[in-house]
Design a protein around this ligand. Structure first.
Ligand SMILES: [Zn+2]
Ligand SMILES: [Zn+2]
Length: 372
């Protein structure tokens, strides 16, 4: 079938992207879903910093690639064979498929699925191969999702169904921002009652961590949620979303503020160093950001040893999406997790290059492309 999608043609185009237009929106061919796959009509797709990292070359992926790894939509067709899903059902797409029977999947989310990672790096679906092309030219899938398009064919193991009461924009941001930011706390650090929680880097992922931290503390009768970012507009928003204290990195260092659990969600070395330096004795730094593979940090091994501190890496919040997404939906339904507040603007697919500029400038939280 013919679809419309945003294809990244080349890596490392100069900013502003509204002028260099590295993403080209146009018509593509989408193959039929194979066994164990489904055709999804995309309703909403969020822009995440990891999309920008592919555009600017920090994360090298094969091109041309149809980008987008945070999306939700309705099932329009199922591949041959039995399925536990039905046509019309809304699904959250997740960017790390889980095959369910490799050594990675056996770790309960702590390490990525092995064939899932191989497929992602190759620009293929988990079942192998690609369903996207343009005038006979093969187009790569982005992390098994390729959500910046009117439709996608995805593997069953890349989606989690949700009920119809979960709006498309919320379903979309569940797939990356909430799974990653929430999982940093719920899966990787598990803060106890009274633990001071800090989040360094307030993009969509960091702000989701602030929301989840505030919700955990509400369950435990209160506690500190400390939000850190270089941009004053982000700090103001974090206060709105439940942060009890906000600081720029300079203020944080100057005042010697520390926390028991510190989530680094900025994806750069300075933020990581800030997070480790602000981890209290006995505390844990959880890093979920994705700096360039060449990045190296300077931290004090002695401070780790002498203070009994831990540093933990957490890809996709060490999530098991099929287990975790229903939990976030439950928290959202109870009113404790206002995920809708992560959506800062809605846009059309055609505006995607400008939206990448906004993302690079750190404006807003989640910009979400909506399809009608
Ligand atoms: Zn993401
Ligand atoms: Zn696996």
């Amino acid at each position: 079938m013919k679809i419309r999608g945003a294809v990244l043609e080349r890596i490392g185009a100069p900013a502003p992207y509204a002028e260099s237009t590295p993403l080209v929106v146009g018509e593509l061919d989408l193959g039929e879903p194979g066994p164990g796959e489904l055709l999804v009509r995309i309703e909403a797709a969020g822009l995440c910093h990891s999309d920008l990292s592919v555009v600017d070359g920090n994360r090298v992926r094969p091109v041309p690639m149809l980008l987008g790894h945070e999306a939700a939509g309705r099932i329009e067709a199922l591949g041959p064979g039995d399925s536990d899903l039905r046509i019309g059902q809304r699904v959250v797409m997740t960017f790390l498929p889980r095959c369910g029977d490799c050594e990675g999947c056996a770790t309960d989310g702590r390490t990525p699925c092995v064939p899932g990672s191989v497929a992602n790096n190759a620009g293929e679906l988990l079942g192998g191969g690609r369903r996207l092309s343009r005038d006979g030219e093969v187009i790569q899938h982005h992390l098994g999702v390729s959500g910046f398009a009117t439709h996608a064919v995805v593997d069953r193991r890349s989606v989690v169904p949700v009920d119809d009461d979960v709006p498309p924009e919320i379903a979309a941001v569940l797939g990356c921002a909430v799974l990653t930011g929430g999982g940093a706390l719920l899966n990787s650090a598990e803060p106890g009652p009274g633990d001071r929680i800090m989040v360094v880097g307030l993009g969509g992922v960091g702000m989701a961590a602030v929301l989840v931290a505030a919700s955990l503390h509400a369950d435990h009768g209160g506690g500190e949620v400390i939000a850190v970012d270089t941009l004053p507009e982000k700090l103001a928003l974090a206060s709105d979303l439940g942060a009890t204290q906000v600081y720029t990195p300079a203020e944080l260092a100057e005042q010697g503020i520390v926390a028991d659990v510190v989530v680094e969600a900025a994806g750069n070395v300075r933020a990581f160093e800030t997070a480790v330096a602000a981890t209290a004795a006995g505390g844990t730094t959880v890093t979920v950001g994705l700096p360039s593979p060449e990045a190296r940090a300077s931290i004090s091994p002695l401070a780790l040893v002498a203070g009994g501190r831990s540093v933990v890496g957490s890809y996709l919040g060490s999530a098991v999406p099929a287990r975790d997404i229903p939990e976030y939906v439950r928290m959202w339904r109870s009113g404790k997790l206002p995920i809708e507040r992560l959506v800062s603007s809605r846009l059309r697919l055609e505006d995607i290059n400008h939206a990448m500029d906004e993302l690079a400038a750190g404006h807003g939280l989640r910009q979400v492309i909506v399809f009608d």
